[in-house]
Ligand binder design. Structure first.
Ligand code: 5RP
Length: 218
């Protein structure tokens, strides 16, 4: 089965979890784009959606969905997003698309975080995928030096500015044996806005698409 067919299968499974009359959170990326296709079909019974990026906001609007500011909602029953890597413990690396900060915020508000992914995203240990960090531009070199001290090999994502006006450092070479601990440690470096480890608030459910069907994990 092609990877896109698996992504669509995971997205279709997530669409079954969308509650009637709700405002839900919507992540960013190619897997989520399949989910937005499904939402287009469900829009008559959806109150609205909170977008985790400008790209998702545009796509939701094109699909005819009402986009709601996060500040105007107290809670979100559901947040659906993809991942670059995900473990059986539902910890993730996210931020391949550079939307990690808003994704982490929306995930924090959501009651239930559903990760949708094709089987290629499942790993035993996080860290093969370069870990993205959103960084305040003036702190870029300082943060890079701190990351090198921790054994990482940071690289500036060329020609990329986040929706919040910051830069992304992609870090190779980190062995992430204790994801919540490293997530906290990286957040302590001045200038780091967000790092792409999602472990302190992991997903609640992983919908993992395989050729044998979509597995529910968690
Ligand atoms: C964006 C993300 C995405 O969820 C992640 O990159 C997965 O994307 P895709 O579904 O295209 O593989 O974290 O910041």
């Amino acid at each position: 089965m092609q990877q896109d067919a698996l992504k669509r299968a995971a997205a279709q499974e997530a669409a079954k979890l969308v509650p009637d009359g709700a405002i839900i959170g919507v992540g960013t990326g190619s897997t989520v784009n399949f989910f937005i296709d499904e939402l287009k079909r469900l829009k008559h019974r959806l109150e609205g959606a909170v977008a985790s990026s400008v790209a998702t906001e545009q796509r939701l609007k094109e699909a005819g969905l009402r986009v709601v500011d996060l500040n105007s909602v107290d809670e979100l029953p559901l947040y659906v997003d993809g991942a670059d890597e995900v473990t059986r413990h539902l910890t993730m690396i996210k931020g391949g698309g550079g939307a990690l900060t808003r994704e982490k915020i929306v995930a924090a508000v959501a009651k239930k975080f559903v990760c949708i992914a094709d089987k290629s995203k499942l790993v035993d240990v996080l860290g093969k995928f370069p870990l993205p960090l959103e960084v305040i531009p003036m702190a870029r070199s300082f943060v890079a030096r701190q990351l090198a001290r921790l054994g990482g090999i940071p690289q500036l994502r060329q020609g990329f500015v986040t929706d919040n006006g910051n830069v992304i450092l992609d870090v190779r070479g980190l062995t992430i044996l204790d994801p919540p601990a490293l997530e906290s440690e990286l957040n302590q470096i001045p200038g780091v806005v967000t790092n792409g480890i999602f472990a302190r608030r992991p997903a609640d459910l992983l919908l993992l698409a395989t050729e044998q069907g979509v597995q529910h994990m968690g």
